[in-house]
Structure formats: C-alpha cells, structure tokens
Design a protein around this ligand. Structure first.
Ligand code: FPP
Ligand code: MG
Length: 302
C-alpha cells in the first residue's frame, strides 16, 4: 500500500462510493478527478494521519466534489482540471444527481463524528450554498462592491477550508476557532489567487478556459480594483465588456489598464495580507506545515 496519505483518502472515497449498489453511479464516478486535495492536506497538517482524519478527509472531499459538480452545471462549464466536465460528458441531470449522492454519502458518514464536528461541517455546507447563490446574483450585472465580493468568497470558497481546519483541531482537542480563522484566511487568499490566475495564465496551465470569470459574469477582485482606478468613461468601457466575448482590441485595452494601474500586484497584496494574517491567532508551536501551506498558496501558478 502507498505511503502517501492522499492515496489513503482516495481509497477511503472509493470505499464510500462502493457502498452504492448502482453500476450507473459507478460509471459516473469513474470520471471524477480529485484535484489538488488542498482540504485533505490541511486536515493532515493539523490532525496528523490516522483512521479518523482519513475519514474526515474523505467526507470533506466528497462535499468538495459535489459542490464542483453543481457549480459546473450552474456555470455551464465544459471543462474542469484539463478534462471534460461531468456535465459535458453525461449531461446536467446526472451531474446534479451524482452531486446529491456524494453529498448525502458524506453526511451519512459525518454522523459517526462528534456533534461539534458534524455541526461545523453541516453549517459550512449551508454557507457554501449561500455563497454560490450570492455568486449567481452578483454575476447578473457588473459588481463594483469589494465587500460583497469578499463576503461571497468567504462563504463560497473559504467556509469549507475553514471548517476542515476547525474540525481537525476538534479531533485533536485544540483551540478550534483559531484554526477556523486560519482556514478562512487561507481560503480567501486561495480564491483571490485563483481569480488572478484566471487573468494571468493560459488555458493549458489552468485546465479550463482563461479569462473566463468576467465572461461568466464574475466581477472578481482584479476587475473591482481596476474599476476603482478608472475614470468615468473608462469605467463605462469596462462595464460594457462584462459578460461579453472580447475582441482582440478590447483584450489588449484591458491588459494595458491592468498593467498601467498595477492591478495584478495590488490583487496579490490583498491575498498576501490575508495569508499573513492567517497564523496570527494560532497557539504557539503550531505545525510548520501551516506556514508552508500559506507560502505555497501565494506562490502557486495553477
Ligand atoms: C467554484 O467556484 C465553486 C465553489 C467553490 C462552491 C460551489 C458551491 C455550491 C454549488 C453549493 C454546493 C452545495 C452542496 C449541497 C454540495 P468558481 O465557479 O468561482 O470556480 P471554478 O472556476 O473552479 O468553477
Ligand atoms: Mg465555476
């Protein structure tokens, strides 16, 4: 058996899914891709590797997979992690139902954990659903509000990371709110970096189309900061590009403005501030791996 703890999580997920006596469901599951497994790495960094933490990872990864299946239907995304999305392969109905199956299986196994952990994870799924609804509403028109954006990513992305950290701390009897704070800051920084990479990286690196957020209607941090930096006429020009496929000339105007106003650097500053604040509440002697995760998050290019 492999010594890599992430392989143990994959095996755990596999065992959870084998509990479904349904060959159609297993066909769908064969196309799932586990991605970077950030949440599992975080759980191991806090709680170590043991049967309980592996099981918690399996539960959290099932919720993460379920949320992405639903998200790809909502966003009408045709690719994810360099492969066709499940909705592209099997249609929306199957994606939604598989999402429901994964999420329900996660809840079934969550019941074997102490109530404090079950409550934290259950509450975070409420937040992540709420965050996705915010995202859908905010994407209808150009959103210039930084506070609405931060609130949305706190719920949509950071809540499951924060709750994973808190639940791991509860597993080992540590002060859990400090770990929630760490996870929330890490999650917000993660999403900001994701939003930057959408602009700075190409499709091959991202495993999904580049410059796609604004086309999908998402006014992410770089666009909000650019809006703040522009004059009245230029703001109107930026807003006119929202949710619209861009001509080459419009793209080059946009990149010129990003460069002129140092928008990517400023966006990085936001991510760095959250990242630096993440460890501020942790007890002395916390795992060095938590510093490494923050560093890797800021430096990542995909
Ligand atoms: C990706 O955002 C989506 C999320 C981080 C969470 C989506 C949450 C839901 C659909 C609610 C799920 C509810 C249950 C009950 C499981 P993105 O579209 O900005 O990122 P992307 O570019 O990776 O698609
Ligand atoms: Mg999406």
């Amino acid at each position: 058996m492999s010594n890599n703890p992430l392989d143990r999580v994959k095996q755990q997920i596999h065992e959870f899914l084998l509990e479904f006596d349904n060959p159609f469901l297993h066909t769908l599951c064969s196309k799932l891709n586990h991605g970077k497994m950030l949440r599992s790495r975080l759980i191991f960094a806090i709680a170590g590797v043991n049967d309980q933490s592996v099981k918690l990872c399996g539960i959290v990864e099932l919720i993460q997979l379920a949320s992405l299946l639903h998200d790809d239907v909502i966003d009408e995304a045709m690719s994810r992690r360099s492969s066709p999305s499940l909705n592209a392969l099997f249609g929306n109905k199957n994606s939604i139902m598989l999402g429901d199956a994964l999420y329900s299986k996660a809840y079934f196994h969550l019941l074997s954990f102490p109530e404090s952990i079950a409550r934290s994870i259950a509450h975070c799924v409420c937040l992540l659903s709420s965050g996705e609804i915010r995202d859908v509403f905010l994407s209808e028109s150009f959103n210039p509000s930084l506070s609405e954006y931060i609130l949305m990513i706190k719920e949509k992305t950071a809540s499951l990371i924060a709750s994973s950290a808190k639940s791991s701390a509860l597993l080992i009897g540590e002060e859990s709110e400090a770990y929630y704070h760490y996870g929330e800051c890490l999650g917000i920084a993660f999403q900001i970096i994701d939003d930057i990479l959408d602009i700075t990286q190409n499709e091959e690196t991202l495993g999904k189309p580049a410059m796609n957020d604004f086309l999908e209607g998402k006014t992410t941090l770089p666009y909000i900061l650019l809006y703040e930096a522009l004059g009245r006429d230029e703001r109107e020009r930026l807003k006119s590009m929202h949710k619209t496929p861009l001509e080459a000339e419009q793209k080059s105007w946009l990149f010129e403005q990003f460069t002129k106003h140092k928008i990517i650097e400023k966006s990085f500053e936001y991510a760095r501030d959250y990242a630096q604040n993440a460890v501020s509440k942790l007890p002395k002697g916390y795992s060095e791996e938590l510093d490494d995760m923050i560093r890797a998050m800021i430096e990542r290019s995909y």
